[in-house]
Design a protein around this ligand. Structure first.
Ligand code: SF4
Ligand code: SF4
Length: 164
């Protein structure tokens, strides 16, 4: 049972609250001069490290060829069924490519499973966190929005090679 203190039990300083007010003010001033971590977004952009999982993108080689061989593994493993892949044949060495590759960004939960299962390192989580759509159709990212040059994804690829 809590012990109740009667008014006469309080000291003079406790009765006038001055020490408590001083302690509160000291804490406030201490926090005013501490380093600030708030970023002035969007003027100041947050640049994440390689471990960050932003929106998934398709890797495009420096010669403009996509790495994806349209095996469909990412689509099969995606928990919210956000990926749609349609394969077609090609004359090139890899034989198959995705004639259609779409990710519904309204469904994507950024779990990174697509990236984990891809045998070609063809889909990776980028640093892009700026997602805004004005319609449901806008949220469906096709190859035009997904293909990203490999040199922009180096941080993530190196991170994956190190930790996968
Ligand atoms: S990150 Fe997860 S939810 Fe998003 S597309 Fe890849 S597997 Fe699907
Ligand atoms: S991104 Fe990778 S897992 Fe997905 S279809 Fe292409 S090669 Fe297969």
């Amino acid at each position: 049972m809590p012990v109740k203190r009667r008014k006469k039990d309080f000291t003079f300083w406790e009765k006038i609250y001055i020490p408590e007010i001083a302690k509160g003010l000291a804490l406030t001033f201490k926090n005013m001069i501490r380093p600030k971590y708030t970023m002035q977004y969007p003027e100041e952009k947050f640049i994440p490290s390689g471990s960050y999982r932003g929106r998934p993108v398709l890797v495009m080689e420096n010669n403009g060829v996509e790495r994806c061989v349209a095996c469909g593994l990412c689509s099969r493993v995606c928990p919210p069924l956000a990926i749609e892949v349609q394969a077609a044949e090609t004359e090139s060495e890899k034989e198959r490519y995705p004639v259609k590759f779409e990710i519904n960004m309204l469904r994507c939960i950024f779990c990174g499973l697509c990236e984990e299962v891809c045998p070609e390192e063809a889909i990776v989580m980028s640093k892009d966190y700026e997602l805004a759509f004005s319609s449901r159709q806008d949220a469906i990212y096709d190859k035009n929005k997904l293909l990203t040059p490999v040199n922009q994804l180096q941080d993530r690829i190196e991170f994956l090679r190190h930790y996968k």
